[in-house]
Design a protein around this ligand. Structure first.
Ligand SMILES: [Zn+2]
Length: 166
C-alpha cells in the first residue's frame, strides 16, 4: 500500500503493527503492507475487530507479514505461545497448576480460533475485491502477475498499460 494508507493503520492500531520497525531478520513488517490500496478498507475493518478482541480477551497479537499472495490478502501474526502462557502461570499457581492450565489452555485455544476466523474472513473478502481500487473484482491471471484480483476497469488498464507497471 502507499505510505499514506499504511500510516493511517499504524496510527489507529499501533499494537497490531508493533513490528513495523523491526529488522527484516525478525519480521516482514519492515516492508509494510505488501499489496495495493484497494484492500485498505478490508484491512482497516479487520484490524478494528482484532483490536477489539485483543482488548476484550486481554491478549495481544502482532502482524509479522501482510501481503498479497495468489490474488488474495495473506496475513501472518504471532500469538502468545500457549506453552509459555501455561509456564508463566504455573510459577505463580503451582499447586493448582494442572486444572488452571487446562482451563487457561482451552480459553486460549478458543480465542485463537476467533482471531483466525476474523483474519480468514478478510482474506476471503480480498479474493473478490479489486486490489487497485476496492470495487468488486475477480481473479485475473494474464496481466503481468501470476494472479491478481481486479475489477473490469482496472483489469483493462493493466492489460493496456501492463508494460508500464513493470
Ligand atoms: Zn479496480
Amino acid at each position: 500500500m502507499t505510505e499514506e494508507k499504511e500510516n493511517i493503520l499504524y496510527g489507529k492500531y499501533p499494537k497490531l503493527f508493533a513490528q513495523k520497525d523491526l529488522d527484516a531478520r525478525y519480521s516482514a513488517m519492515c516492508w509494510g503492507c505488501q499489496h495495493g490500496d484497494g484492500w485498505f478498507k478490508i484491512l482497516d475493518e479487520m484490524c478494528g475487530k482484532l483490536q477489539h478482541l485483543c482488548n476484550k480477551f486481554n491478549h495481544s497479537i502482532e502482524f509479522t507479514t501482510v501481503k498479497e499472495k495468489f490474488g488474495k490478502l495473506r496475513i501472518y501474526y504471532t500469538n502468545e505461545p500457549i506453552e509459555r502462557t501455561i509456564d508463566d502461570y504455573s510459577v505463580i499457581h503451582d499447586t493448582v497448576k494442572d486444572q488452571i492450565s487446562e482451563d487457561n489452555k482451552k480459553r486460549r485455544l478458543i480465542e485463537y480460533d476467533i482471531f483466525s476466523d476474523v483474519v480468514r474472513c478478510a482474506e476471503i473478502e480480498s479474493g473478490c475485491t479489486c486490489e487497485e481500487c476496492g470495487n468488486m473484482g475477480e481473479a485475473r491471471n494474464d496481466c503481468g502477475w501470476a494472479h491478481q484480483t481486479l475489477c473490469d476497469k482496472c483489469y483493462e488498464q493493466k492489460k493496456d498499460g501492463g508494460e508500464k507497471n513493470g
